[in-house]
Design a protein around this ligand. Structure first.
Ligand SMILES: Cc1cc2nc3c(=O)[nH]c(=O)nc-3n(C[C@H](O)[C@H](O)[C@H](O)COP(=O)(O)OP(=O)(O)OC[C@H]3O[C@@H](n4cnc5c(N)ncnc54)[C@H](O)[C@@H]3O)c2cc1C
Length: 409
């Protein structure tokens, strides 16, 4: 065989698509029962439950150049958000609510200037280049841009913590510029039929006989891989498309710092508490909840007719000790926001993900491997090489395959 790709997440799928485009002989090996890695959906009793709350930015350059996004039947979120503060709801797209938010001290008039500064930094620049431009943290970037303490506490901190799955905002500032540029250029969406539709569309050009599921690779040597059942498969080149933790386990690629964990609690309800396809951000100084979205307001397919699906996300892993306490804490806050109707919400699934994102601090960023080729016959890819995102996983997978194709045997 010419190539073996190990790992069938988005990076592995992107690598396989590139090899397929060049009509190469390859095998895509995935440890789990399906492709997609961290992206996927479960379908239970008429509900679509994504593997954690995830969105696609329809401006991701890598996605746009590889797929016709219209085929995903994308359902957009509002290009704005709802802030919950002092148990009241501020819909940021409504002029009256914006005025009230200012009067209630959620931001200052002087915050207009940093927004202008930000626009100058991100507009007219190559979006992918923005990611590599900075080695300070998101928190220090926001301060340096001059945003007031008020707007940072009420909006930026919880909003960005939800994107980066990091309450401390110690993520690399380049990622901030890239994400804000993507939000400027496009819209946050989910496919009508759930995030798994993205995986299915990307994978449909890979012939099934070139995919081997339930096949865990234990070790990689030059020119071969050994499976957990001790079977050995030979290939001229191996492309490892693993998450950083398995990449480290299988072949010792950089020892990773702990990743970012999160929990998404899925509730079914007789109706939506807001009837808006908007991200609802917790700006209170209380509660474990970071953000919430009524998925059935974004795409009606997420819940059976006459019901609503609510996805509530808690960041970190410190509240994982007691499932019930975590759920109780979230529901208590929601009751203060939406009243007694919350008593009818029923928890239908708890989606806990230990290493949802690899750590992406400026230090980790500085350590980034710049080369896909780690030995004459072994290549690596995965989101950890650039940023924890669908965009980077796809880009890194494709570029690793391009390098493997060009490399002399
Ligand atoms: C809860 C959550 C929310 C997120 N939100 C967003 C978002 O809103 N927007 C966004 O752009 N990104 C988001 N992301 C990040 C994005 O999903 C990931 O960056 C991306 O999917 C990573 O793809 P990957 O292929 O690099 O890694 P993975 O998806 O981790 O793929 C690695 C694959 O390798 C397989 N594997 C592991 N070990 C072996 C082995 N030994 N042998 C064979 N196979 C093996 C795994 O089973 C897996 O399928 C989110 C992620 C999570 C979990």
């Amino acid at each position: 065989m010419e190539y073996i790709i190990v790992g069938g997440g988005l990076a592995g799928i992107a690598a396989a698509r590139e090899l397929e485009r060049h009509k190469k002989d390859y095998l895509l090996m995935e440890a789990g029962p399906c492709l997609g890695g961290r992206v996927g959906s479960d379908f239970e009793n008429g509900f679509i439950l994504d593997h954690g709350f995830q969105i696609i930015l329809d401006s991701y350059p890598e996605l746009n150049s590889r797929l016709n996004l219209e085929e995903l039947d994308m359902r957009p979120f509002r290009k704005s958000a709802i802030l919950m503060k002092n148990y009241r709801c501020y819909c940021l797209w409504k002029a009256k609510d914006l005025y009230l938010a200012w009067k209630d001290g959620l931001f200052c008039l002087s915050d207009v200037i940093p927004f202008v500064r930000l626009a100058f930094r991100i507009l007219g620049k190559d979006p992918e280049g923005l990611m590599n431009r900075d080695n300070t943290s998101v928190a220090s970037q926001l301060k340096e841009l001059g945003f007031s303490k008020e707007i940072r506490q009420s909006f930026w901190n919880p909003f960005l913590a939800g994107i980066f799955l990091d309450n401390t905002l110690s993520v690399s500032g380049g990622m901030l510029m890239f994400v804000l540029r993507m939000l400027w250029d496009g819209t946050a969406c989910v496919p009508k039929g759930g995030m798994k539709v993205l995986v299915d569309r990307l994978a449909e050009s890979i012939p099934t006989d070139k995919i081997r599921l339930n096949s865990e690779v234990r070790s990689v040597n030059s020119g071969s891989v050994t499976l957990s059942d001790k079977q050995e498969l030979c290939a001229k080149k191996v492309i490892l498309c693993l998450d950083i933790f398995n990449a480290h386990r299988v072949m010792g690629v950089v020892a990773p710092p702990p990743g970012m964990g999160c929990t998404t609690l899925y509730f079914k309800a007789p109706k939506s508490p807001v009837s808006e396809p908007a991200l609802i951000i917790n700006s209170e100084d209380e509660g474990l909840l970071n953000h919430l979205a009524v998925m059935s307001d974004v795409s009606e397919s997420y819940a059976p007719e006459g019901q609503a699906l609510i996805a509530a996300t808690v960041l970190g892993t410190s509240s994982w000790g007691d499932n019930q306490d975590q759920c109780k804490n979230v529901l208590e806050l929601c009751k203060k926001w939406f009243g007694d109707e919350v008593k009818q919400w029923k928890l239908i699934k708890t989606s806990r993900i230990l290493n949802a994102h690899p750590a992406n601090t400026p230090d980790a960023f500085a350590l980034k491997i710049k080369n896909f080729r780690v030995s004459p016959q072994i290549f690596i890819a995965g989101d950890y090489l650039e940023s924890p995102s669908i965009q980077s996983a796809l880009r890194m997978g494709r570029l690793a395959a391009v390098e493997a194709l060009q490399a002399k045997d």
